[in-house]
Design a protein around this ligand. Structure first.
Ligand SMILES: Nc1ncnc2c1ncn2[C@@H]1O[C@H](COP(=O)(O)OP(=O)(O)OP(=O)(O)O)[C@@H](O)[C@H]1O
Ligand SMILES: [Mg+2]
Length: 239
């Protein structure tokens, strides 16, 4: 059987005494997009942080392409091919666009072709190329999001974690981000997409997991939610 890009089971996470994630289990198939949804404070960022090794997990099985990564440092997890586009972008404001990209640059695991480098990200995002000498802190919100995406791509990941990439962006920029996400999916990358923009998530995702107060409230294929407004309303209180 083909190994999954990510297989999580029995994942628990804590902040001090506070038990935030409860026994999460879900899988992401290779080359697919998993939409990780839930209201504010449901535990989405904590889950992303736990996968990345930024938050310690307890009693969990976390396997990346069949290899256990539970308990590894964030650096090792990144070196094993996990890229993160964090909530709030977290680009380096006092470095230029070029510097933000080059500090992240790395060849991927068993990479055949050129993969993602400066040339490829500039070709995909010409606006970043035009602004390559500009300080990242002076970019617009949309440009900063593009930079955060490119910085993750420069590590040539095989799994990429997006934490609310559309947050705070104008509709036209959200559409651009959606186009990029679809291109990345079509290129064979495996993706976890955290979103509050349910329409965007359901447009792109193959599978969805809905968190509620740190528990999995729903898991299934995206079609099951796409065609069921009432369930979306019940799980997420929107539509
Ligand atoms: N560093 C922290 N220390 C203590 N509690 C935290 C910390 N970070 C998050 N929490 C708590 O953990 C819970 C889950 O937070 P998390 O940030 O994972 O939610 P989220 O689903 O990403 O929310 P949002 O949609 O607002 O980004 C919340 O109750 C939050 O208050
Ligand atoms: Mg969050």
């Amino acid at each position: 059987m083909d190994t999954d890009a990510l297989a999580i089971s029995g994942l628990n996470a804590f902040y001090g005494e506070s038990h935030v994630l409860h026994n999460l289990s879900f899988n992401l198939k290779k080359g697919q997009v998993l939409g990780l949804l839930g209201r504010n404070g449901a535990g989405k960022t904590t889950c992303i942080s736990a996968i990345m090794g930024l938050v310690k997990v307890k009693a969990a099985r976390v396997e990346l392409f069949g290899q256990s990564i539970a308990g590894m440092s964030p650096e090792s997890i990144s070196l094993n091919g996990v890229g993160l586009v964090p909530q709030g972008r977290r680009i380096f404001p006092s470095l230029t666009v070029y510097e933000n990209l080059t500090v992240a640059a790395r060849r991927g695991l068993s990479q055949q072709g050129p993969g993602w480098g400066l040339e490829q990200v500039y070709a995909t995002f010409p606006r970043l190329s035009e602004r390559r000498r500009q300080l990242a802190g002076s970019l617009s919100g949309g440009e900063q999001q593009m930079l955060a995406i490119c910085r993750a791509l420069m590590t040539n990941p095989r799994l990429i974690l997006f934490d609310e990439p559309s947050e705070g962006l104008a509709p036209q920029i959200v559409a651009e981000v959606a186009t990029v996400l679809k291109q990345l999916r079509n290129s064979g990358l495996s993706i976890i997409l955290v979103e509050q923009n349910i329409k965007l998530a359901l447009d792109i995702a193959d599978e969805v997991v809905v968190l509620n107060t740190g528990y999995v409230a729903h898991a299934g294929d995206a079609n099951s939610l796409r065609s069921n407004d009432r369930l979306v309303e019940q799980l997420l209180g929107v539509y």
